[in-house]
Design a protein around this ligand. Structure first.
Ligand code: WT7
Length: 645
């Protein structure tokens, strides 16, 4: 069974696209009629990119969880909403039907309320991939609190920064998390993050690994104890808080070209509509299908395509706690076989890493249930695309290459599975409601083709329902970051190509943001972390092509008192010290892959580091470094070239 606004043919895509651009308000309000509202809107769209101000469905009242849970109960109460596969294949899996998930979310909503959480409060969620994470997220939405999920790989310092930025008063966490062979002590990281914190009032801790934790009286409470209190009272419902369409639903921190991560804010109604619409259309979800998105809920992909998109569509979403390579590199294929998964949505980096294990781990698993494959997070190279197509989809599953960002909330450019044509390594066409435009550095639309394609900076001309609304606590930052580079355009930070037929190919970031294994990391952020090391004088970080990660992190470091070898140890030991520092400040995901010690950095006379040159060197280019005439000391470039790792 399909959905009333599911696009069924290429002609319909073209017609819907045209309608959505000619009259966005008419287009989206027709779709909005299919949702549950406590009160309807009076103005569908009101916007300007100057401030920016973007308002969808103004005047409407709703709660997103009524759309994700309550409205499915009558017909689909016994349908699995969430299938949870544990890290260890020997452990029992869990299936929560829509009714069960509803009850759990309602119970935990009571727990939040009993612990003082009110509408508008910020709740930081730092958990592993267990059903309680999904329950905590949805319960926040149900009571009207703003969730800020922090990925389990971030350090105490990163959590502390995010807690402070959001002025969060509540935390939900676990004792620990399982990931492959590792057992990560999350609560203890939270304890470190809370040293000196005077804002957090309550920490709710659920049990997963049963590692020893310190529970502080008056501050820390066990999830299970709190639930028992609610159960004793027999409470299985919780009235959903009435939210304004434009009330913030969540904050999600992401890296930019400046040092400090930004709290991207999404609002209730627009985000709900767009994640639902794109989920149904891009993946061509049919009722009963099992959707497996391998992302972590700590990232936007998990928010939009494990939770809100699928659940608002009454779909069955599969949540996996572990990693693709443990206990062996056949883990994904084993899960697909076990649950007869229909849609697999993963990242190019995972595909490339699994490719490296050959076809052995794929054999012996029945993948015939698969209907649609998807990728997200970074450009997919043709080799990986074909491997995925040949060996996983067996050339009978369309691959959707979905381009979007934390700030866009949902997929903006992608083919629609089996409906619009795929093109290896091209994200292809914009979704209805999305108007991409390629501009030059001055903001003029690219009019001339180069090598048969248009080439430029990717911008979006008009708002779609899940456009970023603000950066938490600092609206000006949102304006300067996304809406000030070019007049009246949202700037994505990506470069792209466009062909004759209007297909887009994303070529990668054009700003100082790296994409390492599909994770966004700002070079300035990594430099700040490296510079925290007592003996580091200065550093410069650039990306370089990495076979599996897409991009690797290359750091050029000036280490005090010459380099490589001094009283503090060998170059290798110093590299480890720097890794420790970065792990402490940001998290292990930001550890440089290569650290080259240098005596100076290439700078202009005004003192600006010429990253262009460093990037070329890190990429392995030695001859053609471009214009070096503005360099203060050209000699330093020779030294760096000779010392390349
Ligand atoms: C950046 C956004 C969107 C969820 C995951 C990452 C890159 C994303 C693609 C794609 C080429 C892609 C872009 C974008 N990116 N999808 N299909 N093809 N590049 O979210 O952390 O906000 O990162 O990821 O560079 O700007 P994010």
């Amino acid at each position: 069974m399909s959905y009333p606004y599911q696009i069924k043919s290429f002609e319909q895509y073209q017609a819907d696209y045209k309608r959505s651009i000619d009259d966005p308000a008419e287009f989206w309000s027709t779709i909005a009629e299919h949702f549950t509202w406590k009160k309807k809107w009076h103005t569908t769209l009101n916007w300007n990119f100057k401030e920016p101000k973007i308002e969808w469905f103004k005047g409407a009242k709703l709660n997103i969880t009524e759309n994700c849970l309550d409205r499915h109960l009558e017909k689909y109460g016994d349908t699995p909403a969430l299938i949870w596969e544990p890290n260890d294949p020997e452990e029992h899996h869990r299936i929560l039907t829509y009714r069960k998930l509803y009850e759990k979310v309602c119970q935990f909503s009571h727990v939040l309320k009993n612990n003082g959480v009110k509408k508008g409060d910020r709740v930081c969620i730092y958990m592993g991939m267990i059903p309680e994470l999904a329950i905590a997220v949805l319960a926040c939405a149900r009571v009207g609190a703003i969730h800020s999920v922090v990925f389990g790989g971030f350090s105490a310092q990163s959590i502390a920064d995010r807690l402070y930025d959001a002025q969060a008063e509540y935390i939900v966490t676990c004792d620990g998390a399982y990931r492959g062979q590792k057992d990560i002590p999350l609560k203890s990281v939270i304890d470190d993050a809370l040293i000196g914190n005077r804002i957090v009032k309550k920490v709710i801790v659920t049990t997963r690994t049963r590692t020893a934790v310190s529970m502080i009286k008056g501050r820390d409470v066990w999830w299970e104890d709190e639930i028992k209190k609610v159960e004793t009272l027999g409470l299985t419902d919780f009235p959903a808080e009435e939210m304004d369409a434009e009330d913030p639903l969540f904050i999600l921190y992401t890296s930019g070209s400046t040092g400090k991560p930004k709290g991207v804010v999404h609002s209730c109604a627009g985000y709900m509509l767009f994640t639902n619409y794109t989920f149904i259309n891009v993946f061509q979800y049919q009722r009963g299908d099992i959707h497996f998105c391998t992302a972590d809920i700590g990232w936007i992909t998990g928010h939009s395509y494990i939770l809100y998109g699928p659940l608002s569509a009454g779909a069955t979403t599969l949540m996996f706690e572990g990693i693709p390579t443990w206990p062996d590199a056949g883990r994904f294929w084993n899960i697909i076989d076990k649950y007869k998964v229909n849609i697999l949505y993963t990242a190019p980096t995972a595909i490339r890493s699994l490719m490296g294990f050959g076809l052995g781990p794929v054999h012996g698993h029945d993948l015939s249930s698969l209907k649609v494959l998807g990728t997200v997070g970074e450009p997919i190279n043709e080799e990986a695309w074909h491997w995925y197509d040949d060996n996983i989809g067996k050339n009978r599953c369309p691959i959707v290459d979905t381009w979007w960002q934390t700030e866009t909330g949902g997929i903006l450019i992608s083919n629609l599975a089996g409906i619009t044509p795929a093109k290896a390594s091209w994200a292809t066409l914009p979704l209805p409601g999305v108007e991409p435009i390629l501009v030059d550095d001055k903001g003029a639309e690219i009019a001339e083709k180069e090598d048969g394609v248009y080439k430029g900076n990717l911008c979006i001309r008009t708002p779609w329902p899940s456009t970023i609304r603000t950066t938490y606590g600092d609206h000006e930052r949102c304006r300067t970051n996304y809406f000030a580079t070019y007049d009246n355009l949202y700037f994505t930070g990506d470069g792209a190509l466009k062909d004759e037929d209007g297909n887009f190919r994303i070529t990668g970031r054009v700003d100082d943001v790296l994409n390492v294994s599909g994770h966004r990391i700002g070079t300035a952020e990594v430099e700040n972390a490296i510079n925290m090391h007592a003996n580091v004088v200065e550093s410069a970080v650039v990306g370089y092509p990495h076979d599996i990660k897409g991009q690797g992190i290359y750091a050029f470091v000036i280490y005090q008192g010459s380099h490589a070898q001094n009283t503090h140890g060998t170059a290798d030991l110093i590299r480890k010290d720097i890794h420790q520092t970065v792990t402490r400040i940001i998290g292990a995901i930001a550890k440089p892959d290569k650290i080259q010690f240098v005596s100076g950095l290439p700078k202009t006379r005004s003192g600006k580091i010429m990253r262009r040159i460093l990037r070329k060197i890190a990429e392995g280019e030695t001859e053609n470094l471009g214009d070096t005439t503005t360099l203060l000391d050209p000699g330093v470039v020779e030294e760096i070239k000779n010392g390349k790792l």
